[in-house]
Ligand binder design. Structure first.
Ligand code: GRF
Length: 201
């Protein structure tokens, strides 16, 4: 067995909303053998519910309000990136981060930025994934953890989990079932990623 370097991979989770995936990652990081620690939770929305949850869990939090930067997306990202640097972040996990990223940030974090998406990519990139899966009459739905590239929800897939679709599903009921699967998948996929990347970080 190759020896892993001491210390855990320092991960920042970027959120915009309720942060339930973020909470699952923070909880997973409590395990002794977890290869990552959540060193920062950052939101583009100062009022994101997930920030309070992260604070309660004892994780460092930050907000960089995108509205302050008006249409200058890259200026907002430079402020975000500066905080990532200050906190010694090695890997970024997007978790409900509702911002389109510019090529500048994507290129800076190429191979070190993950996202979770509530569909079985390449099906249904973008928004309203559950309604689209229902409208298509799919028999299963699911979620995907992938590396972030410049195309939205297009990067290489790291892991997927499928969930059954039920006859009486609504977009809301399906979203809830998929979200539960997300909470299992993201910690596992991030841990696998960190274990495989530790020697090259
Ligand atoms: C999740 O469904 C995730 O896949 C999508 O946004 C949602 C975020 O939920 N990108 P939460 O903030 O983690 O609860």
């Amino acid at each position: 067995m190759p020896t892993l370097p001491p210390g855990r991979v320092r991960v920042a989770v970027l959120i915009s909303g309720s942060g339930s995936n973020m909470a699952a990652l923070v909880d997973a990081a409590r395990a002794d053998d977890c290869p990552f620690e959540i060193a920062l939770v950052l939101s583009n929305r100062p009022d994101a519910g997930g920030l309070a949850i992260a604070r309660e869990k004892g994780v460092a939090v930050a907000a960089v309000d995108h509205r302050v930067f008006a249409k200058d997306r890259e200026a907002h990202e430079r402020a975000v990136d500066a905080l990532l640097g200050e906190h010694g972040i090695e890997v970024v996990a997007l978790a409900g981060y509702m911002r389109l990223l510019t090529p500048w940030l994507v290129q800076r974090w190429t191979g070190r930025m993950l996202n979770i998406h509530p569909s079985l990519l390449p099906k249904y990139p973008g928004l309203d994934t559950h309604a689209r899966a229902l409208a298509a009459g799919d028999v299963e739905a699911g979620c995907t953890v992938h590396l972030v590239t410049e195309g939205v929800d297009e990067g290489p897939v790291l892991a997927q989990a499928a969930v059954p679709m039920l006859a009486d599903d609504t977009p809301a009921s399906l979203a809830q079932r998929v979200l539960t699967a997300e909470h299992q998948l993201y910690p596992r996929a991030l841990a696998d990623f960190c274990r495989s990347q530790m020697r090259s970080l």
